[in-house]
Design a protein around this ligand. Structure first.
Ligand code: 5GP
Length: 176
């Protein structure tokens, strides 16, 4: 198996994550109750780098979802596997997600977070695929727009492989 072709370099990711962290730090400087909610597993590296670059106080929670692989379920159906552990009522929630494709997952997550009655819910997404226009969902902090290819690295996997690559790469479909 060949190494995935580089789509977004390590340097470009680090530069963009730093920029996003500066913007988030400025936007939340007066609130004081920021909770970053990482979506397992894919967001763990993005969440780590983003949170370490913030200049404001923040706490960390995780949530896990899985898509229904069942063909009888409507496309885009999402299931909650693990909810946040801490009490996020009245706090400012920032959902941290690795990738948005159709947007179904992020839309579902925003609903789950709102059911906990936080003060606010915003979203930070590392990469958005070209298909995302299908669902009306707001991304407040976006890293990069990409095409519809399958990407791996920086937390993203293909069959659990390549999550810890420092860059975002494209898998050659003939090489899977
Ligand atoms: P959506 O609900 O937006 O269609 O799908 C989002 C989910 O699909 C992501 O959380 C991720 O698990 C998966 N996904 C979509 N495209 C990719 C991709 O190119 N690479 C990886 N690793 N996961 C993807």
């Amino acid at each position: 198996m060949h190494a995935p072709e580089v789509l977004i370099s390590e340097d470009d990711i680090q530069k963009r994550v730093t920029e996003l962290a500066q913007k988030i730090s400025a936007d939340y400087s007066d609130t004081g109750d920021l909770v970053m909610v990482g979506v397992l597993k894919g967001s763990f590296i993005f969440l780590a780098d983003l949170s370490r670059n913030l200049s404001i106080p923040r706490t960390i929670e995780f949530i896990a979802v899985s898509s229904y692989g069942d063909s009888s379920a409507p496309s885009g159906a999402v299931r909650l596997v693990m909810d946040v552990r801490g009490n996020i009522e009245g706090k400012d929630v920032l959902i941290v997600e690795d990738i948005v494709d159709t947007g179904h997952t992020l839309k579902y997550l925003i609903g789950i977070m709102k059911s906990h009655r936080p003060a606010s819910v915003k979203t930070a997404v590392l990469v958005r695929k070209a298909d995302s226009a299908k669902v009306d969902v707001t991304i407040d902090y976006l890293g990069f727009d990409i095409g519809n290819e399958w990407v791996v690295g920086y937390g993203l996997d293909f069959a659990e492989q390549n999550r810890t690559l420092p860059y975002i790469g494209i898998i050659d479909p003939t090489d899977r």
